[in-house]
Design a protein around this ligand. Structure first.
Ligand SMILES: *[C@@H]1O[C@H](CO)[C@@H](O)[C@H](O)[C@H]1NC(C)=O
Ligand SMILES: *[C@@H]1O[C@H](CO)[C@@H](O)[C@H](O)[C@H]1NC(C)=O
Ligand SMILES: *[C@@H]1O[C@H](CO)[C@@H](O)[C@H](O)[C@H]1NC(C)=O
Ligand SMILES: *[C@@H]1O[C@H](CO)[C@@H](O)[C@H](O)[C@H]1NC(C)=O
Length: 554
């Protein structure tokens, strides 16, 4: 009897949970993706527009909102969007990477449907195929805290999105041909801030991007959506109080400038406490032999005085950058939606069950440049790996674990080109050491999760380096830099079932193979761990026309 009663209670709770879920509000969007002429550096080129806009529209959402975006691909080629930092809990079907989803064919549409479950903060979306990202198609995505959840600062007077990134005047087809022929992209032609360089052809300032009222406080969300270059962001005459990065509230330190690596997002509060006039925001290249910058104007309402031409200088060297990273701390007392509260609070006391060391390298295969991780360079066929796995034809599409948990001794020698899928046991807590023996900065992003970057250091990692880890208040995030000839250690719990892309955000490396997928399978095969694919799932490659496997029912 007691057992039956318990069952009744449990089913009631499940129903209640389902009812609560059903009440989370829906946001609907219809997006048309087109090709159009843009000239952000004064040179006309073909850009990828969303609803005619470059950059694309901002998504303004709140924790747990359901986001439904019907994307019409009016390009003459396949297209796919991904959501940088949105964890897609239990829902790998909407991640929009070529290894998880079929592209939207030209002239067709696909409706993404996902929930920004238990997340807050600043993110962006971007086109994930080929070099589309070099042509636009990206935009900001913010997730506000729910009304009753306290935020560790007062509501700002306004909330601004600042998308910064390096830029090429060549179209994405031309850039792709360069890489396909074995050459490198070389230096970008400029830097953009919200699609503009700061000066028009006649040398005059662009119109102000934002207006502040004297005495008020504003939130700026800065994301690096570029192709390869780390950028330093600063605002003339104003310091920035850091409040959030990659979806976590931070301790609120003040900074004169911030290094923003490709794929990362930061939120800062800026007080309009200076003399009323215009001020420049500056985003300039870091760790490069060349110097490129974009500026954007902030206006004080009512003032009509141009900005001073003296731009604040960028910091020098990467030690400065490493020290800045060390100063970032998670605000442990700030309440916020967290996907994994048990794991998050005490990550330092969870036992590591596996250490994976991933070292990146560059070499040549068949006379062409390839970028690799642990000696393998990612390349995959027309069937998304997740779909091959789901439809049970995995053996035809890829082999699991073609790379080991340790890099081979001679990294450059004989790079193998293959689909790379690492298996991770569901809910295990893993340490990943990212080693970058090359001379250029690396930026890694992991889909489906946020992780704790616990340590960084120069040269090789060794087990005694664990003594230097921050096991208390590292900021949980989705993208982390690895300095030249250095390592970064991250920790995470693989508690999100699915197939998730781990990639270099340096897009030519990503395109030429520096990426892999992690397959995380829940042994329960249950809806509690992973949703069924949506009814509108696009099929392609070897799974086209195959019958769907029986859905999970419990
Ligand atoms: C974004 O959403 C929040 C919460 O619904 C709302 O208060 C705010 O005004 C919105 N901002 C914009 C720019 O639409
Ligand atoms: C395409 O858009 C139509 C509405 O215009 C919608 O009914 C349909 O479900 C969409 N297709 C996909 C695959 O999402
Ligand atoms: C951390 O969050 C708490 C709770 O919201 C807030 O009161 C406190 O000011 C924050 N601390 C810092 C240093 O940001
Ligand atoms: C971690 O491992 C140690 C030693 O094997 C053990 O004593 C401890 O209970 C474990 N802690 C947890 C949280 O499992």
């Amino acid at each position: 009897m007691a057992r039956v009663a318990l069952l009744v209670v449990v089913s009631f709770l499940c129903l209640a949970a389902a009812a609560v879920r059903a009440e989370d509000p829906y946001l609907y969007f219809t997006w048309r993706v087109t090709s159009g002429t843009i000239a952000p550096l004064g040179v006309s080129q073909k850009g990828i527009l969303i609803n005619g806009q470059f950059p694309g529209p901002n998504i303004n959402s709140t924790t747990n909102n359901n986001i439904v975006i019907n994307v019409f691909n009016d390009l003459d080629e396949p297209f796919l969007l991904s959501w940088n930092g949105i964890q897609q809990r239990k829902n790998p079907w909407q991640d929009g990477m070529p290894g998880t989803n079929c592209p939207i064919p030209p002239g067709k549409n696909y409706t993404y449907h996902f929930q920004v479950k238990d997340q807050i903060g600043s993110f962006f979306y971007f086109p994930s195929l080929g070099l589309h990202k070099a042509a636009g198609g990206f935009g900001g995505l913010r997730v506000n805290s729910r009304l009753l959840i306290p935020v560790p600062f007062d509501p700002p007077a306004d909330d601004f999105t600042v998308l910064i990134g390096d830029w090429y005047v060549k179209g994405h087809h031309a850039l792709k041909e360069i890489l396909d022929s074995g050459r490198t992209l070389g230096r970008p032609n400029g830097v953009l801030m919200n699609g503009r360089s700061g000066k028009s052809e006649d040398g005059k300032n662009d119109e102000p991007l934002f207006t502040m009222k004297s005495g008020k406080i504003y939130r700026y969300r800065i994301c690096n959506v570029g192709m390869k270059t780390s950028l330093n962001f600063r605002i003339q005459g104003h310091s920035m109080k850091l409040v959030e990065m990659d979806g976590s509230h931070t301790m609120q330190n003040s900074y004169e400038s911030l290094d923003v690596h490709v794929g990362q997002c930061y939120s800062v509060l800026v007080t309009a406490d200076q003399k009323p006039r215009d001020y420049y925001m500056v985003a300039s290249t870091r760790f490069t032999k060349y110097h490129l910058a974009a500026t954007g104007v902030i206006r004080y309402a009512g003032a009509n005085k141009p900005p001073s031409p003296d731009l604040p200088p960028a910091p020098v060297g990467w030690a400065w950058s490493l020290n800045q990273w060390r100063s970032f701390r998670w605000n442990l007392t700030a309440s916020a939606a967290r996907p994994n509260p048990q794991g998050s609070y005490h990550y330092g006391s969870i036992n590591i069950t596996r250490t994976v060391k991933l070292a990146n390298s560059v070499g040549t295969v068949g006379g062409k440049t390839r970028y690799a991780i642990n000696g393998a360079s990612f390349e995959s066929g027309p069937t998304p790996l997740k779909l091959a796995e789901y439809f049970g034809i995995q053996k035809k599409a890829f082999q699991y674990d073609v790379i080991a948990d340790d890099p081979p001794k001679d990294l450059e020698k004989s790079i193998k080109v293959a689909p790379i899928v690492l298996t991770a046991t569901f809910r295990t807590f893993i340490e990943i050491i990212l080693e970058n023996p090359t001379r250029s900065l690396q930026s890694y992003h992991l889909d489906g999760y946020s992780f704790f970057p616990v340590g960084m250091g120069s040269r090789r990692w060794s087990p005694e380096k664990r003594k230097t880890y921050n096991l208390l208040d590292a900021v949980s995030r989705h993208t982390i830099q690895v300095y030249p000839r250095s390592w970064t250690a991250i920790m995470l719990t693989f508690d999100n079932a699915g197939m998730w892309n781990l990639r270099s955000e340096i897009w030519e490396r990503h395109y030429l193979g520096q990426q892999l997928y992690t397959s995380v399978i829940s042994p329960a095969h249950s809806l509690r761990d992973e949703y069924n694919p949506p009814d509108n799932l696009l099929l392609c490659g070897a799974v086209e026309g195959l019958p769907l496997p029986p859905p999970y029912t419990i």
